[in-house]
Design a protein around this ligand. Structure first.
Ligand SMILES: Nc1ncnc2c1ncn2[C@@H]1O[C@H](COP(=O)(O)OP(=O)(O)OP(=O)(O)O)[C@@H](O)[C@H]1O
Ligand SMILES: [Mg+2]
Length: 480
């Protein structure tokens, strides 16, 4: 898609420039053709090559630029234009949108542009590169180039090396390196999927690796550039929520498995994006806890929010249709009480505690799905989670004790596990639960039943805090 638009953009640029250099030598054309091989990839991948904080912004800027034209062109034209961009020879092309160019680097892209692509320099020398840097290039440029040098020494990719030489040569001659070219440069190829030697018990990874072991141009899919496809190998879907899908993935560069959750709906409006971002902001603010799902990274792509998470085995809702022992129940309850204590201590309420949002990994429970998380001090909007697990006060929009909302929901979650069947939407059932009217639970200790009753008390002030639940003497039975 982007390729096509890019092509047209070039065509448009060509037009606006009138006579483009028709005197190019055969050699320079060949050179462009050579670099072009890579460029189909570069063009797509580069848009995403920015830190998460501004990746979306910059990629949409660039997308806008590309999106502003339509039409088609032949392969030759595409190659011509792309190679122009890549060789950073804007003497051939004056960007229609100068602001865009300066937005990419307002301080450094002002210098005069070189006349035309220069001859390939095939001498490989780190020293030479660094020397060439002594002109006016930025630190950012240096570090990109430096990384490339190292790869070059590894003998990984000669095409890249040649392309880089051209940039180096230009820098030497003029001190000018297009920031666009630098951005493009540093995301040339997705890394291979290699075995992570530090991970024990990775037989599954080993099996999957065979399917994606080479340097695949994975970022080039039908839908255009993709950080997701570049950085990860998708293995299988492992979950779906109301607004998202979750995949088990292998991260190419570190060889480890993760879960990646992405929104199914396109988040077009700023307000939608900001709302979706609250989930990752909560996760990032929380930091690590054994009983909270681990958060690694997030980014916008294709107007969807992607979240890279610790991979768990399955959610607790799988268990809610099975009979489980009191001991198991106590373990789950204790672990989630610890998670809630941690979350509440950070001034955050989860507001969607339920079996679906509790995941198990190697027998350890992890609280996940912070899509409804808010601040206890009510400084953020409140959006309550699944009504079946919500106490009456929140449905009445009383947000005085949001931490106690989570305690109520944990009580209902445990009750559902004991019942051995998922709660329905039935009004009667729901009313009883919200009134704190629990039926007797045969086969379970009075201690547990009493604790559950107080957790589900209609009055939030009478419910125990997460710390009180966590420190309840009943859990002595499962310690050690
Ligand atoms: N880190 C993970 N590891 C394993 N499975 C996960 C992970 N995250 C989510 N899942 C699975 O995907 C399902 C949906 O994820 P999640 O609850 O985060 O999505 P959602 O759209 O926010 O859900 P909801 O419908 O509750 O709003 C979960 O119930 C779980 O089965
Ligand atoms: Mg969920």
């Amino acid at each position: 898609m982007f390729e096509k638009k890019g092509r047209t953009l070039l065509a448009k640029r060509k037009k606006s420039l009138g006579a483009i250099d028709t005197r190019r030598t055969k050699k320079s054309l060949e050179m462009e053709g050579h670099s072009l091989l890579r460029f189909g990839q570069l063009t797509k991948l580069s848009f995403d090559n920015r830190p998460p904080s501004n990746a979306a912004e910059s990629s949409s800027e660039l997308r806008n630029e590309l999106g502003s034209v339509d039409g088609d062109g032949d392969c030759g034209e595409k190659g011509f234009i792309l190679s122009q961009d890549f060789f950073c020879t804007p003497d051939y092309i004056t960007p229609d949108n100068q602001n865009l160019m300066s937005a990419l680097d307002s301080s450094k892209d002002q210098s005069p542009c070189p006349r035309s692509p220069v001859k390939l320099n095939t001498v490989k020398s780190k020293r030479c590169r660094q020397d060439s840097f002594t002109s006016k290039t930025s630190d950012y440029t240096w570090s990109s180039k430096h990384r490339v040098d190292e790869r070059e020494n590894d003998g990984i990719d000669t095409d890249e090396v040649m392309v880089d030489k051209i940039q180096a040569n230009q820098t030497e001659r003029t001190g000018y390196v297009s920031q666009t070219a630098v951005a493009l440069r540093s995301r040339v190829m997705p890394p291979p999927c290699l075995k992570n030697p530090y991970v024990m018990n990775d037989s599954e990874i080993g099996y999957q690796r065979s399917k994606c072991a080479s340097f695949l141009p994975a970022g080039i899919g039908g839908s255009g550039l993709s950080r997701y496809l570049t950085d990860f190998h998708e293995i299988q879907q492992i979950g779906a929520g109301n607004f998202s899908r979750v995949f088990k993935v292998l991260k190419r560069i570190d060889g480890c498995l993760y879960a990646v959750k992405y929104s199914t709906r396109k988040l077009i409006l700023d307000s939608e994006r900001r709302k979706a971002m609250m989930e990752v902001q909560a996760l990032a603010a929380l930091g690590f806890h054994e009983n909270v799902v681990g958060y690694y990274n997030s980014w916008f792509e294709n107007e969807q929010l992607y979240i890279q998470l610790e991979l768990c085995d399955h959610s607790l809702s799988k268990k809610s249709s099975l009979k489980i022992s009191e001991r198991e129940i106590l373990v789950i309850m204790h672990q989630i009480a610890k998670a809630l204590h941690f979350v509440h201590e950070k001034g955050i309420a989860h507001l969607d505690v339920k079996p679906d949002n509790i995941y198990i990994k190697n027998g350890v429970c992890k609280l996940g799905d912070f899509g409804c998380a808010t601040r206890l001090d009510k400084s953020l909007p409140v959006e309550e989670g699944d009504a079946r697990y919500m106490p009456q006060e929140i449905l009445n929009e009383n947000y005085e004790q949001l931490d106690k909302v989570d305690i109520f929901s944990l009580g209902v979650t445990v009750y559902e596990l004991i019942r051995g069947s998922p709660l329905t939407e039935s009004r009667n059932q729901s009313l009883n639960i919200k009134e704190g009217k629990l039926p007797l639970l045969p086969g379970h200790s009075l201690q547990l039943q009493q604790l559950l009753k107080t957790m589900m008390d209609r009055d939030p002030t009478r419910r125990p805090s997460a710390r009180e639940v966590m420190e309840h003497p009943m859990f002595d039975r499962i310690q050690g």
